[in-house]
Design a protein around this ligand. Structure first.
Ligand SMILES: Nc1ncnc2c1ncn2[C@@H]1O[C@H](COP(=O)(O)OP(=O)(O)O)[C@@H](O)[C@H]1O
Ligand SMILES: [Mg+2]
Length: 161
């Protein structure tokens, strides 16, 4: 065997400072934190964020899967694009969105969005997209457009536009 390793656990297990340095190389400022994921700006290309799943809920995998099912359909335009995912799904790159206000949300959305709240949506250029769509009902058949009942965490209640 040569001294070259492709086993990253071996590479980092004795040296968490190396792991910290390695992670810091890719992750910039922390942008947000949800129930399962911590989200950082991606230093190498600021058009993207790194979503790190702290749990075993596989929310990155759910988003990756639905993005690839819908990206070429009429509903792809509602989803923040996913660029790449790690082999175990705990780390994923997704297009970064910018914050929006309540009045920028669409009146109607596809019915598969199971968690329609302002904080799950953002803007990429002129498009208003969802960046937290792990919780969806696509496979239960949610293709039709419905009037959204939007939740806003900052006011703590639903609103219909
Ligand atoms: N693509 C993105 N662009 C910008 N901010 C994001 C993006 N994805 C997530 N965030 C931010 O990070 C927070 C947590 O990410 P989220 O996907 O909601 O994780 P969780 O599934 O744990 O709720 C979001 O509420 C939002 O503020
Ligand atoms: Mg969330």
């Amino acid at each position: 065997m040569t001294g070259i390793t492709t086993n990253f656990i071996d590479l980092f297990k004795e040296d968490i400072f190396l792991l910290g340095d390695f992670t810091d190389f890719f992750c910039g400022n922390r942008i947000g934190e949800g129930c399962s994921r911590s989200v950082y700006e991606y230093r190498i290309d600021p058009r993207y964020v790194i979503k790190i799943d702290r749990t075993n809920l596989f929310n990155n995998v759910a988003e990756w899967d639905i993005w690839h099912s819908l990206k070429d359909s009429e509903h792809g335009k509602y989803l923040a694009p996913c660029l790449s995912i790690s082999s175990c799904g705990r780390v994923m790159l997704q297009r970064r969105t910018q914050l929006i206000k309540f009045n920028q949300l669409p009146e109607k959305v596809p019915a598969f969005f199971a968690d329609t709240k302002l904080q799950n949506w953002g803007r990429i250029g002129k498009s208003i997209v969802c960046h937290d769509y792990a919780n969806h009902a696509f496979y239960a058949g949610g293709n039709r457009m419905v009037k959204a009942k939007w939740w806003d965490d900052s006011i703590g209640h639903f609103k219909v536009i």
